[in-house]
Design a binder for this molecule. Structure first.
Ligand code: SAH
Ligand code: SF4
Ligand code: F3S
Length: 462
């Protein structure tokens, strides 16, 4: 899934404050909002700054780079805030959640003894107990089990859309991963693949729509491997779930992320043909265009499998745009392997892509592999790849100029009188228009492409 820049949570409160700092993927954004839901019945309201918070939660990501180092440096800052609050007679609990917490566990407490709670992605429904224990004993609490119960069965109903971009929201339907790509920590930090039952997903989706949400992104580390129990007792696929969600009248847009090429089956491709609500934009990570490297990565597909899926998707839904993730400098990657990636990029043509230098993750097989690639070669390859990916993104955005497209307005723009929305392909679109359009979808004629967004003028109703 796409990683996001740090995000903080919403409005100040005169009562008990909780401040959540979120790093990592969309699922962490969803989890952070759910942690706030768990704390709300205890009287906690989200606050914008850690200085005013009785509880500070750092929701972490372990996917690349020196994840733990980043966490410790942020914790150093939070420690000072905790000490300053103590001088003022205010108690503060610091909790570390998410994938670094899961991976580091007790180690976190050894290096940062001022942390009060360490909790994993699968245990945050128990936050109230953890808080009570930490407050009662004055000792740190650590809860990073993979419990037999599903946290979703214990979470209170969500009262706000999870994304700060109302009327869009995330909805986790599947979590964890059994694929064990040789470079990746996710199967270790999120645990085994687990799909939520259909009924709870439909309930949550309807609740979000009642709250005004019009664009739902279904989330999962392997979202298209979804196989949840349906109301009929059978296992439902993602395609079947999408057909059911499309029956919710005011739900205009359905997306899902992140998909794996191995699970991109015919029924899901057919759903793209049949359901106008299923947005014509798919994030389908390929990682590499070299079969040799794909095999070493344990991806379970070849470059031509991927290209074939893209053809079939485009046949089913001609306006579908593809987005992807790439890793350069995987152990043993030769110039020829890298060129194969460049060829795949040229063949497919991506509307958006995220590309990363391979980052060895402790405990994963690739970290131990021989032939680690020197940093300067990784840098050069990344630059070459990113240049073509940016060009493709610009080409894709350019071809929308002069066309009318549906835009769902999500927020005010930075400039006076400006509002911002989202195209079906996820580009931000700016127009001059009235704020009451936020939450609604309108036709917009695109007038210009900026570096990462589009400008347009309001045309009218869809
Ligand atoms: N479940 C998704 C993505 C998970 S992580 C999938 O199967 O593709 C998001 C992206 O981070 C990955 O697609 C991959 O491109 C990148 N990534 C994961 N581990 C990495 C590592 N060790 N080094 C560099 N990039 C990595
Ligand atoms: Fe990681 Fe691979 Fe699972 Fe994606 S499919 S989460 S890259 S192990
Ligand atoms: Fe990061 Fe964990 Fe998501 S490692 S990308 S927060 S699943």
């Amino acid at each position: 899934m796409t990683t996001l820049s740090p995000q903080t949570a919403t409005p100040p409160s005169p009562t008990r404050g909780v401040h959540v700092i979120t790093w990592g993927c969309q699922m962490n954004v969803y989890d952070s909002a759910r942690m706030q839901d768990v704390l709300r019945p205890l009287g906690f309201t989200p606050v914008d700054t850690p200085e005013t918070a009785e509880i500070i939660i750092l929701n972490t990501c372990h996917i690349r780079d020196k994840a733990a180092e980043k966490v410790f440096s942020e914790l150093g800052r939070l420690r000072l805030i905790k000490e300053a609050r103590k001088i003022r007679g205010q108690q503060t609990l610091i909790a570390v959640a998410g994938c670094v917490a899961q991976a580091e566990g007790e180690e976190l407490l050894t290096r940062a003894p001022y942390v009060d709670i360490v909790l994993g992605p699968q245990t945050y429904h128990r936050l109230p107990d953890m808080l009570a224990n930490a407050a009662r004993t004055g000792k740190a609490v650590i809860d990073i089990d993979f419990p037999t119960e599903q946290k979703f069965d214990f979470l209170p109903q969500n009262e706000t859309p999870q994304s700060p971009n109302y009327p869009t929201a995330f909805l986790t339907i599947q979590e964890g991963c059994d694929k064990f790509c040789s470079f990746c920590v996710v199967p270790y930090t999120r645990g085994a693949e687990n799909s939520r039952p259909v009924s709870t997903i439909l309930e949550e989706a309807k609740r979000l729509v009642d709250l005004g949400v019009r664009d739902i992104s279904l989330l999962g580390q392997n979202v298209n491997a979804y196989h949840g129990v349906g109301p009929d007792g059978n296992l439902w696929s993602l395609a079947r779930l999408a057909y059911e969600l499309a029956k919710i009248p005011a739900l205009l847009r359905i997306r899902y992320t992140t998909s794996h090429p191995r699970d991109m089956d015919d029924t899901l491709i057919a759903a793209h043909r049949d359901l106008p609500q299923l947005m014509p934009f798919l994030h389908l990570p390929v990682q590499s265009g070299s079969d040799r490297i794909l095999r070493a990565m344990n991806r379970g597909h070849t470059a031509s499998n991927y290209i074939d899926i893209v053809h079939r998707l485009r046949e089913a839904r001609p306006d579908i745009a593809l987005s992807s993730d790439f890793i350069v400098g995987y152990p043993g990657e030769t110039d020829e392997d890298f060129n194969a990636t460049m060829r795949l990029v040229q063949k497919v043509g991506f509307a958006l892509a995220y590309s990363f230098k391979y980052s060895p993750r402790p405990g994963t097989p690739a970290a131990e592999a021989p032939l680690q690639i020197p940093e300067d070669i990784k840098n050069t390859r990344l630059q070459i790849l990113q240049k073509i990916l940016h060009e493709q993104q610009d080409t894709f955005n350019d071809q929308l100029v002069g066309h009318s497209i549906p835009v769902l307005f999500t927020s005010r723009g930075r400039k006076q009188g400006q509002i911002v929305g989202r195209s079906p392909w996820l580009q931000p679109v700016h127009i001059n228009g009235p704020e009451h359009l936020i939450g609604q979808e309108r036709l917009v004629r695109i007038t210009a492409r900026l570096s990462h967004s589009l400008d347009g003028i309001l045309e009218g109703n869809i």
